[in-house]
Write a protein that binds this ligand. Structure first.
Ligand code: GYE
Length: 307
């Protein structure tokens, strides 16, 4: 008996941390890899995950967060589909004393006491990297460079910042012109559809496509081929994420460069959840480290890619 009393409590008797996570949807290869990373990391960490898919709708995310509050989960984490409109529900979580972690995308609320930490990529920098790659590629050419842009989801942090960062760089040389810009909602289907419209409007003038994610670029590649043009040659294509589909397109010579944006946020999210529950301090901002993969590096990098 004395011996039994000195043994540590069996795992089952310890209270499992409960995490409520509201995911945006399944709009891209990036997003599916992000969901897998979170589910796997929760399992590995022994955290009970309540996972809700919002199907790209903010109202569904707000509903999910309210239901997590009602269920009194230990921590709420979510990837906000758009930047604005979450303040009210975040205040409700704060009033219920449930800590909130933002993953992947930011909100634009002024009161930063509404979340404990925001982990994810620097989208502004990703846009700048895309712009710098293009300026470098064209450094020995002359004349106008006409760019069409496929934006991500309207009002989302990555769409806003990837546009801003890219523009910041290209506007240093006025011959680089964004001639058309429209949202493709981060999906292949929409990327293809909008690219078809771009090509119809100006079939000869497009030199470059800048897509805010790989999926839209992959959709657009189909549209370009169907129009009888060579993607990667007749039109230079730049996109962001670095998913396997992009590496395949690069190895086929159809995509020129993909700026990396890692979806593998699961392990660091679980670490932050454990720290928050244990009352340990967590940094207010955790930035993902990332590189740029031009087409020439694709074959060597492909076997190492994890998403
Ligand atoms: O680039 C895109 C996804 O928020 C960084 O969302 C993420 C973006 C990613 O749908 O593919």
């Amino acid at each position: 008996l004395a011996l039994a009393a000195s043994l540590p409590l069996p795992a089952l008797a310890q209270k499992k941390i409960v995490l409520g996570f509201s995911q945006i949807g399944a709009e891209s290869e990036w997003r599916t890899a992000n969901t897998e990373s979170i589910k796997q990391a929760a399992k590995d960490a022994g955290i009970e995950l309540k996972f809700a898919d919002a199907q790209q709708k903010q109202e569904n995310q707000i509903k999910a967060i309210r239901s997590f509050i009602a269920q009194k989960v230990d921590v709420i984490a979510f990837s906000p589909v758009v930047e604005s409109g979450f303040e009210t529900v975040l205040r409700e979580a704060k009033a219920a004393k449930i800590p909130v972690i933002l993953t992947d995308r930011a909100v634009n609320a002024k009161d930063d006491s509404l979340w404990v930490t925001f982990m994810g990529s620097d989208f502004l920098e990703e846009g700048r990297k895309a712009g710098r790659w293009l300026l470098d590629k064209e450094k020995n050419t002359k004349g106008d460079v006409n760019i069409v842009e496929l934006q991500g989801t309207v009002g989302s942090a990555p769409a806003i910042d990837r546009k801003k960062g890219f523009e910041e760089i290209i506007k240093t040389q006025p011959r680089f012109k964004i001639v058309r810009s429209q949202t493709g909602d981060f999906t292949r289907a929409k990327g293809k559809e909008v690219m078809q419209a771009f090509l119809k409007a100006d079939p000869k003038k497009i030199n470059v496509l800048y897509a805010h994610n790989d999926d839209m670029a992959i959709g657009a590649i189909q549209a370009i081929e169907e129009a009888g043009l060579k993607p990667g040659k007749d039109i230079t294509i730049i996109s962001i994420d670095g998913v396997k589909g992009a590496f395949e397109a690069m190895m086929a010579g159809k995509l020129n460069v993909s700026v990396e944006c890692s979806p593998l946020l699961g392990p660091q999210l679980m670490k932050a959840v454990q720290d928050v529950v244990a009352g340990k301090p967590v940094p207010k901002r955790i930035v993902t480290q990332e590189s740029v993969f031009p087409m020439e590096t694709a074959a060597a990098e492909f076997p190492k890619r994890k998403y």
